[in-house]
Design a protein around this ligand. Structure first.
Ligand SMILES: [Ca+2]
Length: 360
């Protein structure tokens, strides 16, 4: 099995596992409610929301802007530029940190997607007859870790620098042996969209829409490339945690962070007081991803399409991610731009993916 196929199959398997986790949600008449079992409660109980608070959040004003790419760096899904009107809302000033996510896990016992193994005896009933059992390594708890070769690679094949690693999860960003001790203020990573949504619910918040995210990242500047304006990301002083050098095998780490996250607030905030909307980690949004959504997006507070379609991988439903990461550079994706869009399946966790929340 090729590495690329391995990654795709792994994502699909995890997606199925999450669908399984929804079993048992059927409403039971009260008069027939059984005594709960520990296992059933673990499988079905949703974390209870905490009391709502705007601590650590910034008020993002209402406004109208032109959403999409205003320069030639934009990819095809960043066009056409279209007018969008946004209501005021609150947004976390930073990405959710390891410390904040640890508090959520401590309060709820939540187990992330990356920490769950896949039950093949159940899975085999849902896949086409004759599908061979995947390698045990694909069924074990795992997540995607950046693992570059030491020489130039084909940039069209992301399996050249991403690998599923057993034991990689939010507590172990680089896999077994790594730790978040001392990284309490770094953004949490290896969280799936499902994990991020569960956290947001517990915090009394929600994930931002893609339009809210872009409006907030622009920080009050209109039609600019980056949260700080149009100045190149490579002009000193460094404005974000990104990748300097030849991707993916030569990170010069001139910004001080080599192929890893930086503590939140390590770089200047944008005009709305938000840190790291560019770089550091990708941030999940609530929307389904469609490459052609901008052609039909409503003007007022768009919520995204009703279903997903990614022409690059048509069979996999995906959610939107925004903001780029410590792996972005001008030679590869330059996704620290305000308008840059990314997508992944909601069950996927990666070493460079986190989130922040919003509140009405
Ligand atoms: Ca860096």
């Amino acid at each position: 099995m090729s590495a690329k196929l391995t990654i795709l199959l792994g994502g699909w398997i995890l997606s199925f596992a999450l669908s399984l986790s929804g079993l048992g949600q059927t409403k039971i008449p009260v008069c027939h409610a059984p005594i709960p079992t520990k296992l059933k409660l673990i499988q079905t109980t949703r974390p209870r929301p905490t009391k709502k608070s705007h601590v650590g959040m910034k008020r993002i004003p209402a406004g109208v802007f032109f959403m999409g790419s205003h320069d030639s760096q934009g990819r095809s899904d960043e066009y056409p530029i279209h007018q969008v009107r946004i209501k005021a809302f609150w947004m976390d000033e930073t990405e959710v940190t390891n410390a904040a996510f640890a508090a959520f896990v401590k309060a709820t016992g939540y187990i992330t997607t990356a920490e769950k193994a896949i039950d093949w005896t159940t899975l085999v009933q849902q896949v086409p007859k004759g599908t061979p059992k995947p390698a045990d390594s694909l069924l074990a708890p795992s997540s995607l870790v950046f693992d570059p070769r030491d020489s130039p690679v084909d940039l069209s094949d992301y399996s050249q620098w991403w690998t599923f690693k057993q034991g990689a999860d939010w507590r172990h960003p680089e896999g077994p042996g790594s730790t978040i001790n001392g990284r309490e203020k770094h953004p949490v990573v290896h969280v799936s969209w499902e994990d991020a949504t569960a956290y947001a619910h517990w915090a009394g918040k929600r994930l931002p829409t893609e339009a809210e995210w872009e409006w907030a990242s622009r920080g009050g500047l209109l039609n600019k490339i980056y949260p700080w304006g149009d100045e190149s990301v490579n002009i000193l002083p460094y404005k974000t945690n990104s990748f300097q050098g030849k991707f993916p095998d030569e990170d010069q780490a001139l910004d001080g962070y080599k192929t890893t996250t930086a503590p939140v607030k390590s770089f200047p905030a944008n005009g709305y007081g938000l840190f790291d909307t560019a770089g550091n980690v990708w941030e999940w949004c609530s929307d389904w991803y469609r490459a052609d959504y901008y052609k039909k997006s409503p003007i007022s507070n768009p919520l995204g399409p009703s279903s997903s379609y990614d022409p690059d991988e048509p069979g996999i439903a995906k959610r939107v991610m925004r903001g780029g990461s410590f792996l972005c550079n001008d030679g590869y994706c330059s996704s620290y731009r305000n308008s840059a869009r990314m997508k992944s399946s909601p069950d996927t966790g990666l070493q460079h993916t986190g989130f922040r929340c919003v509140m009405n």
